[in-house]
Design a protein around this ligand. Structure first.
Ligand SMILES: Cc1cc2nc3c(=O)[nH]c(=O)nc-3n(C[C@H](O)[C@H](O)[C@H](O)COP(=O)(O)O)c2cc1C
Length: 298
């Protein structure tokens, strides 16, 4: 690996910054740590990667507890102080004008006010990995402030969080019959996942009558169970139909079906198919005339 490129590249990772608090042989302390993350839901575990030369490391090793205070966008100076000096040099928490405290409930480490999340942690394990040590703590109390925004760290600089990027979905206006058909399939799920087959011929697309009782025609599709291999599920569904898939290349169509004021999100995973033998209940439709078929086939 080219060391020079690696040193530049590592600046392009993007993180938040935690203020890691502790209280031990070095007294009460705070350090900045960009390498902090939740690593388990139940139990809730937080990992922070700390260099062994820090006063914080020695404090945590001795007392087996620490605080994680996820910094908010107004705390750049607190982060600079916590990350720019060691407790061996100055008592950072006493620097005038930058730190206010919350009362700690289950640990002796101080907790910092004005953060977006505050977690009191009891040490679970420490493991040296490369030039840092992974320090894992179990959250014993946690609180958050939804009025605060996180501080973002990227290429050695601090940023605010930007605007939301809405994942792209094509909106398709459909008639009531089509809409109701899919919303029944969705069974109140936010997103309905469908795996289907696309067979095209001269601008037309093959559609099947889904059940005996519905007049509605759509491409052959089925609703897969979570975690099952989609191409296999589709092959199984198509087994007796006289249709089959051509290859294992998924085509993704993320749609929002709209009818009047109602919407239903659908994620189609489509495979190209062919007709193997005679099939029942089918017809060919011009995809251009039907907005849903058009969206699926283009
Ligand atoms: C923005 C920023 C992020 C940092 N992230 C980490 C980190 O994830 N792990 C680490 O060991 N040190 C990190 N540091 C460096 C420590 O905060 C620094 O060594 C600090 O002086 C240690 O304080 P202490 O000796 O009082 O514990 C970071 C520093 C800054 C400014």
């Amino acid at each position: 690996m080219n060391r020079r490129i690696a040193e530049k590249a590592q600046r392009y990772f993007t993180t938040g910054i935690s203020l890691v608090t502790s209280s031990g042989p070095h007294g009460q302390n705070v350090m900045a740590a960009e390498w902090t993350m939740q690593i388990s839901y139940k139990p809730m575990l937080i990992a922070v990667f700390i260099h062994e030369g820090s006063a914080t490391f020695e404090n945590i090793k001795k007392t087996k507890e620490f605080g994680i205070n996820v910094s908010s966008e107004g705390q750049t100076m607190a982060v600079n102080i916590a990350g720019g000096y060691s407790r061996r040099e100055i008592d950072k928490l006493k620097v005038k004008g930058f730190f206010e405290f919350l009362s700690s409930r289950k640990i002796k480490s101080p907790m910092i006010a004005g953060c977006i999340v505050n977690v009191e942690c009891k040490l679970v394990t420490m493991k040296k990995l490369g030039d840092h040590t992974m320090v894992v703590g179990r959250a014993v109390t946690i609180s958050y402030d939804e009025t605060k925004k996180p501080l973002i760290y990227h290429s050695g600089r601090y940023f605010r969080i930007g605007s939301i990027i809405v994942p792209f979905r094509k909106v398709v206006n459909v008639d009531t019959v089509t809409f109701n058909w899919f919303s029944i399939q969705a069974k109140n799920k936010f997103v309905l996942k469908c795996v289907g087959l696309i067979i095209k011929s001269n601008n037309k697309i093959l559609v099947l009558k889904q059940t005996k009782n519905t007049p509605y025609l759509t491409i052959p599709f089925t609703v897969p169970k979570r975690g099952t291999k989609y191409s296999k599920i589709l092959d199984f569904y198509l087994k007796k139909s006289g249709l089959s898939t051509i290859n294992d290349t998924p085509i993704l169509k993320r749609l929002t079906l709209k009818n009047k004021k109602k919407i239903q999100r659908i994620n189609f995973v489509l495979f190209e198919g062919r007709i193997k033998s005679n099939i029942k209940n089918h017809t060919w439709k011009f995809s251009k005339l039907n907005p849903l078929l058009h969206a699926l086939s283009n």
